[in-house]
Structure formats: structure tokens, C-alpha cells
Design a protein around this ligand. Structure first.
Ligand code: GRF
Length: 200
């Protein structure tokens, strides 16, 4: 399974996935390209250090569809079969999702469906929940709303700030994303309505 990873920033989830693939922890997967919509994304350097092809496709005043067409063309040209969003700060439009239907994953730093959207860790702290975590899900047209593959739970402490909670969640994100990628690449996920059933 040729995997394309889309980033906009730091790229720690991308690095975790790439390292897991390189260490043979995701049988059948190969990272084909890391693509960023931001030229200055720190994750690009982390990808290059790992010997992975990198690509920058900026929006440059074009429509969302025009930008995504270029992204989709670049992924298709590299034989990408599965797209992992890893801190990619853009909503994908129906035309992109049509082409990669059921083959786009995302990670979100909360226990969805709680706290979708931006600043999920701050939302969790401000709401006063006692646990939070992360969710890996298939992407559909809804915001952070597609079928859930994997989740990890962390405690929220009285002393937490959005930053300390983010750091605790991030450690779990790297594990959860690797686990979810292995499930998908291993053909273990069957989507039934809203639910993902894991095949033995
Ligand atoms: C992560 O918290 C992820 O859940 C969210 O964006 C952040 C990306 O971090 N979607 P990184 O670029 O993977 O380090």
C-alpha cells in the first residue's frame, strides 16, 4: 500500500508513521511522498532526513478545487493508494474525497465526537472534562466526523494547560496512528455505516 502523508506544520505524526513503516511495524505499507501546503513546514525537513520524497503544493490564491486537483494529481502520479492527513490544516472538498473515497485517514487530538475543529485540547481543558485523548478516523465530508478506527484515552489533570494536555495526547497520537495505519493496510477495517468493524 503506497501511502501519501499530507502535512502543514511540525510533522511529528508523519515522522512516527514513517518510522513505524521503516521499522516494519506496518506490514505492506510504503511511504511514497510527504506533501505540504506550506513551504516552511518543519515536517518537510524531517521527511527529507528520512529519505522520503517531499513536495510543496501551495494554494497561491487559487480556488480550493484547483489546489486540491494539483494535490490529487501529484498523489496519483506517485501511485498513492492511501492518504494520511497529519496536521494538514485544510478541509478536503468532495472532488478530492471522491477520488480517494474511503482511503483518507485523519488524526484529531480529542475523543471524537467531542471537541471537533480547531484547538481541541484547549476546548477540553476549558470544558473541564476528566479524560481526553485522540481519534484516528476515515475522512468524509463532515468536519472530524468520519468512521472511527482507533482512539486512545489520557487523563486531564487539574494542573493542565492546553500545552501540557497537548503533549500528553501527542504521545498517544503517534501510537494510535501507527495502530490504525496497520489495521487499514492489513485490510482489517470494514466500514459498516458509521462503524468500523475490525476483521480478525
Ligand atoms: C496533531 O495534534 C494532530 O492531532 C492535529 O494536528 C497536530 C499535528 O501535529 N491534527 P504534528 O504536525 O503531527 O506534530
Amino acid at each position: 500500500m503506497r501511502v501519501g502523508i499530507l502535512i502543514s506544520g511540525r510533522g511529528s505524526n508523519m515522522a512516527a508513521l514513517a518510522d513505524a513503516v521503516a521499522e516494519g511495524r506496518v506490514p505492506g505499507a510504503e511511504v511514497a511522498v510527504v506533501l505540504s501546503d506550506k513551504a516552511q513546514a518543519a515536517g518537510l525537513e524531517r521527511a527529507r532526513e528520512r529519505g522520503i520524497e517531499t513536495l510543496v503544493v501551495e494554494r497561491r490564491g487559487r480556488t480550493r478545487e484547483e489546489h486540491e486537483r494539483e494535490v490529487a494529481d501529484a498523489l496519483r502520479a506517485r501511485g498513492v493508494e492511501l492518504v494520511c492527513l497529519a496536521g494538514y490544516m485544510r478541509l478536503l472538498s468532495p472532488c478530492f474525497l471522491e477520488e480517494f473515497r474511503g482511503r483518507v485517514l485523519n488524526i484529531h487530538p480529542s475523543l471524537l465526537p467531542a471537541f471537533p475543529g480547531l484547538d481541541a485540547q484547549r476546548q477540553a481543558v476549558e470544558h473541564g472534562v476528566r479524560v481526553s485523548g485522540c481519534t484516528v478516523h476515515f475522512v468524509d465530508e463532515t468536519l472530524d466526523g468520519g468512521p472511527i478506527i482507533a482512539q486512545r484515552v489520557v487523563p486531564v489533570l487539574d494542573s493542565d494547560t492546553p500545552e501540557t494536555l497537548s503533549a500528553r495526547i501527542l504521545r498517544e497520537e503517534h501510537e494510535a496512528y501507527t495502530e490504525a495505519l496497520a489495521l487499514v493496510c492489513g485490510g482489517r477495517c470494514e466500514v459498516v455505516g458509521r462503524r468500523v468493524r475490525l476483521k480478525a
